[in-house]
Design a protein around this ligand. Structure first.
Ligand code: ZN
Length: 247
């Protein structure tokens, strides 16, 4: 079975459409979304309308989703992110708000190759940034899982644990990781709508459960169109500009 794992769409419809077309072309059986459907980008309603029927409950909440529906205080957001959240709060249609409000904080796939799906980290599913092995180790210690997918940092990465030893690796475009028995994995799939690893291409991961392998896919999309819409809506220009450089 092929499963597409996507995260951090951030209301970027152009990036989402390109990713969904790619997922369709690869005959994936299901799509899992790790949250941050909205925030930063200009099309929150359209992204949720397009994506939510494809997920069939395989979804979790991100910090921006919670902020957009008033479940998380934006006092700790940077000023640009907070401004984008206030704009999002104004434009969200009630059914989209209800959808975001009802998202769970974690989702689990059972079966031959079980995995956990959260937005930020297994020990703190909404807010913790896992950027190093020491932080990843706490989740490996506190939660039981062999394989967990995360987003939130917008930086693709692989954290591997054998016993209490944790190794950190970047997860590069086109790279395939073979999942080994006895090794535990925390895999960041990157961001569809606002990559921050210096590569502006949309990012998502493909899990092949029969082969026990995970591949990172990067795709170009017409980001100028997204930028024009963001500026047209009066969103902070810096949020549009950073799409060009993937930072
Ligand atoms: Zn995010």
């Amino acid at each position: 079975m092929r499963v597409a794992i996507i995260s951090d769409v951030h209301a970027n419809l152009e990036a989402l459409e390109v990713v969904l077309a790619d997922i369709r072309s690869r005959q994936c059986q299901s799509i899992v979304c790790l949250g941050d459907f909205v925030g930063y980008g200009p099309n929150p309603n359209e992204c949720v309308d397009l994506l939510s029927p494809l997920l069939q409950g395989r979804h979790v909440a991100g910090n921006h989703d919670w902020a957009a529906v008033g479940r998380l205080d934006i006092a700790f957001f940077n000023p640009y992110a907070a401004e984008a959240i206030r704009w999002t709060q104004r434009v969200l249609r009630p059914p989209v708000r209800h959808y975001l409000q009802a998202l769970p904080t974690q989702w689990s796939q059972n079966g031959a190759l079980p995995f956990l799906a959260v937005h930020a980290s297994p020990r703190d599913p909404i807010e913790e940034y896992v950027l190093d092995g020491a932080t990843a180790r706490e989740s490996f210690r506190q939660r039981q899982f062999s394989l967990c997918f995360i987003g939130h940092t917008h930086v693709p990465a692989v954290f591997l644990a054998v016993g209490d030893e944790v190794e950190t690796r970047p997860f590069r475009a086109g790279e395939e990781i073979r999942l080994e028995a006895g090794v535990r994995y925390l895999i960041n799939v990157g961001s569809v709508g606002q990559p921050r690893d210096g590569d502006p291409r949309a990012s998502y991961a493909l899990l092949d459960t029969a082969a026990a392998a995970v591949r990172l896919v990067r795709l170009e999309y017409p980001l100028q169109r997204t930028q024009e819409k963001m500026l047209g809506e009066g969103l902070p220009p810096i949020l549009a500009e950073r799409l060009s450089v993937g930072r």
